[in-house]
Design a protein around this ligand. Sequence first.
Ligand code: PBG
Length: 319
Amino acid sequence: MQVTRLRRLRQNSDLRDWISQTRLGPKDIVLPYFVLEGKRVKKEIKSMPGVYHLSVDNLLKDIREAKGLRSILLFGIPRTKDETGSQAYRDDGVVQNAIKAIKREFGKLIVITDVCLCGYTTHGHCGIVKDKKIVNDEALNLLAKIAFSHAQAGADFVAPSAMMDGQVKAIREILDENRFSDTGILAYSAKYASSFYGPFREALDSHPQFGDRKSYQMDYRNSGEALREIKQDINEGADIVMVKPALAYLDIIYRAKQKFNVPIAAYNVSGEYSMIKKLAGGDKTKEKELASEVLTSIKRAGADLIISYFGKEVLRWLA
Ligand code: PBG
């Protein structure tokens, strides 16, 4: 019997590189940042080693160091919270000020902003709470207002992550009515209720104060529903759609890529990041191997953009 020698193409690294089909590039990377008020703040987030809470001055410094960085995703940590997240849409809010400062120095950097309520509300939910229920439509105006304030400050894309039905439409409308038709929407379309968000909620102090997010984020037992969510967001005006988390949802990324002709983003979330950090146990080589494997898999599945806390390191590895 003749042996089929698949190993022939694996003999050395030149051959392996030559026939490789997936390549992670600097343009694929979207780097998340957590910005807070004040000056000279740089505080490591306990649950996410290597990720920091930064005041604007240090945020700018960090971006300066991230050679090859094309795009960032901004999260704000307000000084105070209330029932309706009113700090989220102030002209001089923490995110709005950060956008202005970033755009002043880095005109070409693509600035994406997270649009949600959970980090700004005392109850920690992504919508408005009435009788212990997260009601949908009352949140739409607020989310639109937040998105508009980000656009006015100079954001290139707003990224609604609340999983309220109709949020993309509400945002597209307010932007268009106010001559911000060039501001794009990156929709967190297929966002699952996931335990992999744990470290992030510590970073944002956004744990829901009662209940969970299962009445608005998706059930991980379902996949067809993710395609419906994505389709709906495209119909409402999303320019880019997102699958989140990424690693446990590669099938969703793959199916979305096959089915839709819009760019697909995938969020390699905090728990997926921390998992690698733990496994590598401080060994930088292991960390690089693990992160490269995971991020390349996400790309192989079909993601055009990957939001990753390893972003800065990836840029260094690729340089
Ligand atoms: C919610 C939001 C979440 C993340 C980003 N925006 C999740 C949540 O708390 O439900 C998670 C990101 C991560 O885990 O890295 N607005």
